[in-house]
Design a protein. Structure first.
Length: 298
């Protein structure tokens, strides 16, 4: 690896993966198709090579995902011989008779928590690897590397354990489970630097491309059959890319001409807002992320 990437960050992530596999019986990696979860997969492969990654990936599919992200997910799983579980929000809606949000801001994003908690119970997972980083958002900064969730799947910042000298305590009570964050101490720049140095492939969404979009609330929304447009809103073609990739209904694009890894990293270095600034769901309230986490969000 080039000295441009801090090797200690990779070593820490590998240590966390190995510790979690040692301490928990049924771990799973929560895969979204975004760059952070893709980096996690690469780290997991490196942590256990030449053996197979000893846990499956699980994607909570809202049904409103970017087609490019789904295609990339399936190609990656086949390429590396990974096990993939797909749990669908649509099934949760039908089975539980949930009434979906309506209107121009309607999104299934909050419903992912229900599907996730049901899936954890169904498969008896006791640890879920996630790509959250402390630099993303203030609620993320409160997480520990081993972040305990109670038997209702809820997170309480007051009940998190100290983690001194890299000592990770995986002891949990019956019904509890843990979110494990191997890249918690990384920054957005670190992730991109690692992806560049390791030549990790990403979905085309992360690079500038022409797309049908429309403008709302000062943000660039992707045109989609899943998003209800308001009176006076019109779509147009624009060169954009995505800094973060999630459900189409809650992920805004940014105007960009960055078509290469170097160009993207240059944009990130000069950016004045965080990558979560392009997440529409985070704009619903000042504490939007923390509210979702308290209800079992990733």
């Amino acid at each position: 690896m080039s000295p441009n990437f801090p090797r200690e960050l990779e070593n820490e992530a590998i240590y966390i993966f190995r510790e979690a596999v040692e301490q928990f019986k049924h771990p799973v990696l929560l895969f979204s198709g975004g760059k952070d979860s893709i980096a996690l997969v690469q780290l997991a492969i490196r942590a256990f090579y030449p053996a197979k990654v000893p846990f499956p990936l699980m994607h909570i599919d809202t049904g409103h995902n970017f087609p490019e992200a789904l295609a990339f997910r399936d190609e990656m799983v086949q390429k590396f011989g990974l096990d993939l579980i797909v749990e669908k929000v649509e099934d949760t809606i039908q089975e539980q008779g949930i009434i979906e949000e309506k209107g121009p801001y309607a999104s299934r994003n909050a419903l992912q928590s229900i599907t996730l908690l049901d899936a954890i119970e169904k498969h008896k997972f006791d640890a879920c690897f996630g790509g959250a980083r402390r630099d993303e958002e203030k609620a993320r900064a409160k997480e520990r590397i081993f972040s305990v969730r109670d038997d209702f799947g809820q997170w309480s910042p007051e009940q998190q354990r100290p983690e001194l000298f890299n000592m990770l305590n995986g002891s949990i009570q019956t019904g509890e489970n843990v979110r494990v964050f191997p890249i918690s101490n990384w920054t957005e720049w670190d992730v991109w630097n690692y992806i560049k140095e390791e030549e990790i492939a990403l979905p085309s969404l992360y690079f500038a491309h022409e797309r049908e979009v429309f403008h709302r609330d000062g943000m660039i929304w992707p045109a989609s059959p899943y998003i209800q447009m308001s009176k006076g809103e019109e779509t147009h073609r624009q060169i954009v890319r995505f800094r973060t990739v999630g459900d189409m209904t809650c992920t805004a694009a940014v105007a960009s001409d960055a078509r290469s890894m170097e160009d993207v990293m240059g944009e990130i270095w000069a950016a004045k807002i965080s990558e979560r600034g392009a997440r529409i769901d985070d704009q619903r309230s000042e504490a939007a992320m923390e509210e979702r986490k308290l209800n079992g969000y990733f």
